[in-house]
Design a binder for this molecule. Structure first.
Ligand code: CTP
Length: 420
């Protein structure tokens, strides 16, 4: 197979220096790399550095291509197998989403018929801004692969998602994109995402718990359950898509943070309870986590060893805090409080009892008799004091979106927002 050809567009921003390492990795893997530097990019890396490492001419302006005998911009944009934008600044993403072509980089991006991969880097607030969320959703709907930025301390001193992914991670994404080119959504196609202007939860703050909790027995053992966290994460993603500010408090699950969601990872029920309390007040809280009912009464500081006698160690349990019930009783009880319940039998009756016991507004009762936890779909019944709303079996993502519509309507009734 011929060596893959990469057209690398280097945007401005302090992270641009990492593009140097990226070029080195791509060259080492035998790929051909052509670089385009935006004007802002030139403030951070020089064309000379990229040319030396990439062993290719570096293009910085449309005038570099004036001599169309050598190479025109259409050709430059199409002779690559993959176009990579790293770092993709908020400005570049916005121009890409809007189809603006006012310099060489954006002209190439508009003219290309090749798959495009963008590795964003920007300040956390810019990444979380509604405009960027919208642009990322548009680009993904158009078939552009937009990576999630890394989370951490930023050059500007703030903390959160927005750091350029490490060059090795970008290289891995490039390998994946080359092996599996993303489908470009045809112009007539119906992209599978909520239209960017449908944001019924805009202006709302929503807290979501998800995943299992792990309750340590000793430094190497813990009590856990089979919750995959998928439904809770899908709900967080749908809430953010619907425009809400989302705080996701997640037990230990290896799932990526949905775009636009602020995530706090916890391990135990006690930590989850504390983070939930910290996260209040919110407009709505949705408790999807499968919180462990019990924890080890005492956690051993060292690994418990067999003593050779054949005697098993005693394992005393203590009850964990009921997070949902305590939020229901707290002075900061959200105007809409939703619990989840996975049941195998008498689903509605159990959910009604749980609704009363926990003091929440709705229980989303989940019939898990046919499908164990971790599956891809759910058949749910929304149980409230007003009755039962039963939905067909749906993919978890569809359950999440439908639930967000229902929550948006309910919030509008309970605490209407003044919109202009
Ligand atoms: N929940 C919680 N804190 C707990 C236990 C449960 O916040 N310690 C929440 C869950 O996130 C869920 C709801 O309560 O929203 C119901 O969880 P479930 O485990 O079904 O409730 P239990 O009270 O443990 O009921 P069961 O006896 O059926 O296990």
């Amino acid at each position: 197979m011929a060596a893959p050809r990469i057209l690398l567009i280097v945007g401005g921003g302090i992270a641009a220096y990492k593009s140097i390492e990226l070029v080195r990795l791509l060259r080492k893997a035998g790929m051909t790399v052509r670089c385009v530097l935006t004007r802002a990019g030139e403030q951070f890396v020089t064309p000379l550095t990229l040319a030396a490492l990439g062993e290719n001419k570096v293009y910085t302006s449309l005038f570099d291509l004036k001599d169309e005998v050598e190479m025109g911009h259409i050709e430059l944009s199409r002779e690559a197998d993959l176009v990579v934008v790293a770092p993709a600044t908020a400005d570049l993403l916005a121009k890409m989403a809007a189809g603006i072509a006012d310099d060489l980089a954006t002209t190439l991006l508009l003219a290309t018929d090749k798959p495009v991969l963008a590795a964003p880097a920007m300040n956390v607030r810019m990444w979380l801004h509604a405009a960027t969320r919208r642009n990322v959703a548009t680009l993904r709907g158009d078939g552009v692969t937009v990576m999630e930025p890394d989370e951490g301390e930023m050059a500007c001193g703030e903390y959160g998602p927005g750091r350029l992914p490490e060059p090795a991670a970008i290289k891995a994404a490039i390998d994946r994109a080359l092996a599996n080119p993303p489908t470009i959504v045809p112009l007539t196609g119906q992209p599978d995402f909520a239209p960017a202007n449908h944001r019924p939860l805009f202006g709302r703050r929503i807290l979501i718990t998800a995943g299992p909790t792990h309750e340590p027995i000793d430094p190497v053992r813990y009590i856990a359950n089979r919750s995959s966290g998928k439904q809770g994460f899908a709900i967080a993603a749908a809430a953010a898509e619907a425009g809400a500010e989302v705080l996701l408090i997640a037990g230990p699950v290896p799932l990526p943070t949905p775009p636009g969601v602020i995530r706090v990872d916890v391990e135990t029920a006690t930590q989850m309870a504390a983070e939930v309390q910290e996260g209040l007040p919110v407009d709505a809280a949705i408790m999807v986590a499968a919180v462990a009912d019990w924890r080890a009464a005492e956690t051993a500081g060292q690994k418990i060893k067999k003593d050779g006698s054949g005697q098993v160690p005693p394992l005393a349990l203590a009850e964990n805090p009921d997070i949902l019930a305590s939020v229901a009783k707290s002075p900061e009880r959200p105007p809409l409080l939703v619990g989840f319940a996975a049941e195998t039998n008498d689903v509605i009756a159990h959910a009604q009892a749980k609704l009363a016991r926990k003091g929440c507004d709705w229980i989303v009762a989940n019939d898990v008799s046919a499908d164990p936890m971790g599956g891809e779909s759910n058949r749910v019944h929304i149980v409230s004091k007003d009755g039962v709303d039963s939905w067909d079996r749906l993919p978890k993502q569809a359950v999440a979106r439908k639930l967000m519509e229902k929550i948006a309507d309910e919030l509008e009734k309970r605490i209407p927002l003044e919109r202009d």
